[in-house]
Design a protein around this ligand. Sequence first.
Ligand code: UGA
Length: 431
Amino acid sequence: MNIAVIGTGYVGLISGICFAEKGNHVICVDQDINKITALQNLVSPIYEPGIEAFMERNVQAGRLAFSSNLIQAVQDSELVIIAVGTPSLPSGEANLQYIEQVAAEVGRAMNGQKIVATKSTVPVGTNEKIREIIAQQTEQPFDIVSIPEFLREGSAIQDTLHPDRIVIGLDNRELEAVLVELHSSFTDQIFVTDIRSAEMIKYASNAFLATKISFINEISNICEKVGADVTEVAIGMGKDPRIGPSFLNAGIGYGGSCFPKDTKALIQIAGNVNYEFQLLKSVVEVNKAQRYKVIEKLKESLGQLNNTVIGIWGLSFKPNTDDVREAPSLEIVEALISLGARLKLYDPVAMDKFRERFDHPAIEWCGNALAAAANADAVCLLTDWQEFKELQLSQLIYLMEQPILIDGRNVYTKEQIEGAGLHYYSVGRPE
Ligand code: UGA
């Protein structure tokens, strides 16, 4: 199939690459000329393991191209995928400005029958709005479908090539066969439903996963008080297939460009129809509070934090990405600085992105984890990067002013800690 993908963020770029990988002809469009030039030179604007090799292979095979010419790309395609961002407005509501702009441009470019699919996460009813906007611009026949994306950053290509399920929301049943055929090389778990339900499936899925995380984080807080071990509790709970073992890792709360945005947007979507989503509001509150547990533990171990030196391991919102959007590290670093601490920061890939968002004279940028620990009064691990798991913790006692390690992600085992001579604090596990 000839496919135009509008928007080369995570969702658009990865979908484009993966549709090309499956033999389709894909043109990825973005209005940002610098981004397109970089992509044409096979440089990815996002950090994602393996992405450049996939880009190169498909560009060389003539199946993948990058362009800033939306009109041409739409005219050359039977399927147009909208994958531009839906950032949060101050109210928490999704900002649909980019989607609406693109819909109008797609409408103006229409030169024959096409399917317009939305992959961006959009509130229920948005696809119908997109239909109206396109129809205002063209007499050409077209169909609207909602195909929400469920990829995770850091494993985005593998998630897209081997998804657990594909959800297709449509109202013209004649499209079912062609869309199922297009996606059948990815998985046979294809669920076809109506457009509004497809839109809701995306929000409900992210909200449910966020709920699981806040739930286990609250359990971890109780575990700390009653002497239970949250990692053992999660394993025991996860053996029940109705609960499942994943997304039960206690830590410093969820971050990233999706869960914080989508939970707030769903609260707003409910609010707009006079429904108070009480459970999800609590999930968001619990997540906010969980970030500050690290600071409470630092205070518990060091007393006051003024003039202390704190090493920070990990800034990205999770491993294998340089993304710091809504990363817990941002709030924790700012709070520590306001309490008078000096900070030594290290992340394997996210330091530049972090510095673009936040910099301060109290921050020293370090070249590796041990450098960030040197002469520190405490180290806080905020992201569970593999390289932190492999560190020889016994070195810390020689390097640090005080050997205090706050493990915000429960990455270390009892065996790794034993004999390292550390004051070790984790999340919801007995010390
Ligand atoms: C999430 C969803 O997992 C994807 O299915 C979805 O497509 C995507 O949002 C989206 O809406 O586009 P992502 O934001 O890449 O993907 O990251 P996750 O792997 O879900 O992690 C989110 C946050 O939850 C991270 O900060 C992670 O550290 C935290 N987390 C995750 C926990 O604290 N505990 C867990 O057990 C799992």
